[in-house]
Design a protein around this ligand. Structure first.
Ligand SMILES: NC(=O)c1ccc[n+]([C@@H]2O[C@H](COP(=O)([O-])OP(=O)(O)OC[C@H]3O[C@@H](n4cnc5c(N)ncnc54)[C@H](O)[C@@H]3O)[C@@H](O)[C@H]2O)c1
Length: 450
């Protein structure tokens, strides 16, 4: 990006000048707080670009694993991790003692919902306090966790200002949302444009300078709030469109139409339509959670975010719809859900990843268990599954015996590694929530599509 923005003509303070020289001179030391799905891949990308990176996490297990060169994130291989550890460009810490040595600090901690489904920003605040305790002139702090507009300027800024330093002069604060899509082979951190909004113009400038050292496209924004809102728009857009297409699946069923044929046909229009597919419900850490951050902040302003509420209503009803399809399928063989052997294929929230967080397959399993089904599952990415309110299950090896002995097979995640021909040719009855069997010729049993 071109750093000669109008803001760059402003005179730099000594603190800012030193920071910019270190960023542009290649000697910048970066600390990344939170070494999960976002923080670890970011650390690897920065280390790859030659930056000196320290990863911090309160989870001792993760720090030990990293120190031993074992990655727990699908998109980061052990080889890449070990390369950066051995070169000295990356190290992992559970203590924050050396945070003051860092020139730039990224905060990549979780932003879940509380039990009452309100934003839980306690992880962000805890990380910010660790930074504030050690804040020194010349540091750049970037919040990357997804959150509601106003978090950076209303909550984080006062925590840092308590130290008596001035933002935009002594230290610099930005919001820059992470957009990583785990398992996406086409887009990764390198080729996904990065938004950066600072508290002041100087903050934006330094944030952009940092990300420009290892990313091709950096987009400066007018404020931290605009950047926070842009991220929520992206994820709300997905949640609402998935809600729409899930409702289209319900409508197609009533009309006796094949949802997937209808969507693929609409998608032949080269403009004005974007393809989304239905599924057994929303999953993952972002799409089911983030829109609630937006609706929550609007509730405080006496405004109801209607699209978000409606999409959530449709999306959360999908696991029950899947159970109805299972029940219908068993009924055709004069069987009840109670006592039937049901095989769940794929328990992760989407294909080709090992993440089961908020996975709708878990809701489907819980609902079927509650109706007395005898549940088994197969997932090449998840050898063991501990249900929140239920038993611990082990993944069964997928073979003809497992499939033919099941009264109904439910496809909840369409992993490439599953032999779909075998599934189609050995199963008596299938509820396919992902259109995974679309390409299979002459399946042996009945297939109910979503
Ligand atoms: N996972 C994704 O695909 C994705 C994509 C874009 C944005 N995000 C957002 O990024 C943020 C992080 O998500 P994630 O998926 O990486 O979460 P994660 O749970 O995988 O990782 C977060 C890590 O932070 C650590 N942590 C918590 N509190 C800490 C503290 N005070 N100090 C140090 N470490 C701490 C946790 O132990 C954990 O290892 C969230 O706001 C999320 O919404 C996630």
């Amino acid at each position: 990006m071109n750093l000669e923005t109008p803001t760059s003509t402003a005179a730099l303070t000594d603190a800012g000048d030193g920071l910019l020289r270190r960023i542009q001179g290649g000697g910048v030391r970066v600390g990344i707080i939170g070494q999960g799905y976002v923080g670890l891949p970011l650390a690897m990308t920065m280390a790859e670009a030659g930056l000196d990176v320290t990863g911090y996490d309160i989870d001792e297990g993760k720090i030990t694993s990293l120190a031993e060169g074992r990655s727990y994130i699908d998109d980061v291989s052990d080889e890449v991790l070990q390369t950066h550890m051995q070169s000295g460009r990356f190290r992992a810490r559970s203590s924050f003692d050396d945070l003051a040595d860092m020139d730039a600090i990224s905060i990549c901690v979780p932003t879940p919902l509380s039990k009452t489904r309100d934003p839980d920003i306690s992880f962000i605040l805890a990380a910010a306090r660790e930074v504030a305790e050690r804040l020194r002139p010349g540091q750049l702090i970037v919040l990357e966790s997804t959150t509601y507009p106003g978090t950076t300027d209303e909550l984080l800024l006062p925590v840092f200002e308590e130290r008596g330093l001035a933002v935009g002069r002594d230290f610099f604060l930005c919001f820059s949302p992470e957009r990583v899509d785990p398992g996406n082979l086409a887009f990764d951190i390198h080729n996904t444009p990065r938004l950066v909004g600072g508290i002041t113009d100087a903050c934006t400038r330094f944030g952009c300078a940092l990300y420009s050292t290892f990313l091709s496209t950096v987009v400066p924004m007018s404020s931290t709030r605009a950047a926070e809102m842009a991220k929520l728009l992206e994820n709300t857009f997905r949640a609402v469109n998935i809600g729409l297409v899930n409702e289209v699946a319900l409508m197609c069923r009533k009309l006796g139409l094949d949802t997937w044929e209808v969507i693929d046909a609409a998608a032949t229009k080269p403009f004005g339509f974007m393809k989304f597919y239905p599924g057994p419900g929303l999953g993952g850490h972002c799409i089911p959670v983030d829109p609630h951050y937006l609706s929550w902040i609007l509730k405080t302003l006496n405004y109801r975010a209607r699209f978000i509420e409606l999409a959530a209503e449709v999306n959360t009803s999908m696991p029950a719809h899947v159970v109805d399809l299972v029940s219908e399928s068993l009924n055709e063989d004069s069987k009840s859900v109670r006592g039937s052997r049901v095989l769940i294929l794929g328990v992760t929230y989407k294909a080709n990843v090992s993440d089961t967080r908020e996975s709708p397959a878990l809701d489907v399993i819980q609902l079927l268990l509650a109706r007395g089904a005898d549940i088994h599952y197969h997932d090449p990415y998840v050898p063991h599954l501990q249900l929140v309110a239920g038993p611990a299950l082990d993944s069964c090896p997928l073979d003809a015996e497992l499939l033919s002995s099941s009264d109904c097979v439910v496809v909840t995640a369409d992993h490439k590694a599953i032999d779909w021909d075998l599934v189609a040719h050995e199963s008596k009855a299938i509820v396919d929530c992902r259109n995974a069997l679309a390409g299979v010729e002459s399946p042996a049993g009945r297939i109910h599509k979503l």
